[in-house]
Design a protein around this ligand. Structure first.
Ligand code: SF4
Length: 260
């Protein structure tokens, strides 16, 4: 099958358990929860999207004729050590297109494959890391995986709803880094480093806003200089960070680009 791709680029993962890790992002075009057109937003299942996943006009975007061609395009962007090849398949909704042929082609090139999905489409076998980000009341077809990353707040997606699912990591992510979210949720629990952990909403949904890379956190906050009400926004959106470091991602953050 062919693949409709919005863009492909080398960057740092800015979110979740692998924050700070170098990765080739492949953003697939299209999503099943929103058309991507502003006139449809109010009627969409997912209304807060800030990602441009429409069309194939981004960097290295286009229609790739087969899995080999797409995997080769992704591999050509990697600049790190071969043993750390890492790709994040995102969207849009990547699982509308990711299939066993692409998984095999990327594995054949040495890649560890992560996917960021809204969880409403079944995943092909062989993915190495599955991050599910539930949206509104869209029913999940993926109820187990590596991390569950809930954009918060969402009126129809309360954290408690997902606490019993079988994921290794649970994260909350501010719905908008410029909102008062961190002020509402974090101020009662400052930690000894002067940053603030979000209040744990229940025993399993511990809201780990501290990046696993301290260096990336300091780098990000310094670089973006984002504060609200005196509270640092601890995790810039991947998109913003990607834009900032896209020109020189390897040297920009210095360390912790690859797993231990
Ligand atoms: S599910 Fe993800 S890509 Fe689709 S509209 Fe929502 S935020 Fe955007």
């Amino acid at each position: 099958m062919s693949y409709a791709v919005k863009e492909i680029f080398l960057t740092l993962q800015g979110e979740g358990a692998h924050a700070g890790r170098a990765a080739v992002f492949c953003r697939f075009a299209g999503c099943n929860l929103w058309t991507g057109r502003e006139q449809d937003r109010l009627e969409a299942v997912c209304k807060f999207c800030d990602t441009d996943f429409v069309g194939m006009d981004g960097t290295l975007g286009g229609r790739y004729a087969n899995a080999e061609d797409l995997a080769s395009a992704i591999a050509a962007q990697w600049e790190g050590p071969p043993e750390h090849c890492y790709t994040v398949l995102t969207g849009g909704e990547p699982l509308l297109q990711v299939d066993p042929a692409l998984v095999d082609a990327l594995h054949a090139r040495g890649f560890t494959i992560a996917v960021e999905t809204n969880g409403t489409v079944a995943a092909p076998p062989g993915l190495d890391w599955i991050c599910v980000s539930p949206k509104a009341d869209a029913p999940l077809k993926i109820s187990r995986g590596s991390e569950l990353k809930l954009v918060y707040p969402q009126a129809k997606a309360r954290p408690e709803r997902f606490a019993g699912l079988d994921f290794q990591h649970f994260f909350l992510q501010p719905i908008n880094i410029c909102t008062n979210f961190s002020g509402n949720c974090c101020q009662s629990n400052p930690n000894q480093n002067g940053t603030r952990n979000m209040v744990s909403l229940n025993s399993r949904l511990s809201c780990l806003t501290l990046l696993n890379s301290r260096q990336l956190l300091e780098f990000s906050v310094k670089l973006l200089n984002l504060t609200t009400q005196g509270t640092h926004i601890l995790r810039p959106s991947c998109r913003i960070l990607s834009q900032v470091v896209r020109h020189d991602p390897i040297r920009a953050a210095g360390r912790n680009l690859y797993p231990e």
